[in-house]
Design a protein around this ligand. Structure first.
Ligand SMILES: [Zn+2]
Length: 299
């Protein structure tokens, strides 16, 4: 316990030592420039002042972070555009496959309808030819020369009747199925035409959106490429990787000590480091690039 306390005490002392050292260094620097200004021309005094501001007042990574902020704004807009179009292409695909399935069942039903109608026609033809035969047999009954002949004709008529009745039963069944098919086809045709109408509507919308966003998108992409070209490759890789997983939200703002992306808290020391912008920090919870609120509002 005492050891920990001592360590903590040491750490604290060390930190204040460093701060003191920094202060001394800074005052050394200012003394240096004062001495120099005394010796050199006014122009060089001005130059020294500028250089000092560049190195100490404007932190190193500010430009990169500002670039990230601008990129994020563009990527958010690009993501919004994708979102607006987003559902349409998949909706169009879904409707197209429905239309395809319906058309297939409709043509299968139509084929069945044709086959059944053909079958029914041939049964009706068969029956009418049998009825002719029955009529002929009936006439022959009056000219018979023996009982055996009469019986044979009666038997022939009876067997023809059996076939005719069987055919009529089958024709009734076919009529029933044809009726059902008619109803089914009618419903499917209505559904199909509704779907086709919906499909046309959505395709029209998508085309309009594509046209509407074409200019906006290419302007955003041009701006984006310009910003990307100003970044060192390692920062481009870093940004693109995070942007890839957060789709237009690669950066987050540190607000009241929290990450604006995931709302998790950031250790106070880290908040201070982020404010100095001497390094680029990502959120320990969500991985977004963290930018201080001050930097954002200055930008
Ligand atoms: Zn976060």
């Amino acid at each position: 316990m005492t050891e920990t306390k001592n360590n903590e005490g040491n750490a604290f002392r060390n930190e204040s030592d460093i701060q003191e050292e920094n202060l001394n260094n800074n005052s050394d620097l200012s003394r240096d420039s004062e001495e120099k200004s005394g010796e050199e021309s006014e122009a060089s005094v001005f130059y020294t002042f500028e250089a000092a501001e560049d190195e100490s007042e404007i932190p190193k990574k500010t430009a990169v972070l500002m670039n990230f902020l601008e990129l994020r704004e563009i990527d958010e807009e690009l993501a919004d555009i994708e979102d607006e179009k987003g559902d349409l292409p998949s909706e169009i695909r879904t409707i197209k496959s429905k239309v395809e399935r319906l058309s297939e069942s409709l043509s299968a039903e139509k084929e069945r309808f044709t086959n059944l109608t053909d079958e029914k026609n041939s049964l009706e033809d068969e029956n009418s030819s049998y009825e002719d035969k029955i009529n002929k047999y009936d006439e022959q009954k009056f000219n018979v020369r023996s009982n055996t002949e009469y019986d044979e004709i009666t038997k022939a008529i009876e067997s023809l009747f059996v076939v005719v009745e069987k055919n009529e039963k089958k024709i009734k069944e076919i009529n029933k199925e044809l009726e059902g098919l008619n109803l089914d086809s009618h419903n499917r045709e209505t559904e199909l035409s509704e779907l086709k109408e919906e499909l046309n509507e959505k395709e029209k919308q998508l085309n309009e959106l594509n046209e509407q966003f074409l200019q906006e998108e290419s302007a955003l992409i041009e701006k984006r490429n310009n910003l990307i070209s100003k970044l060192a490759p390692e920062y481009v890789t870093m940004y693109e990787k995070i942007n890839g997983s957060y789709n237009g939200e690669a950066t987050a703002i540190v607000r009241n000590g929290n990450c604006s992306g995931c709302y998790n808290s950031i250790p106070p020391q880290r908040v201070i480091e982020i404010k100095t912008a001497e390094n680029i920090y990502t959120c320990q919870s969500c991985g977004r690039i963290l930018i201080s609120e001050e930097l954002q509002s200055n930008g």
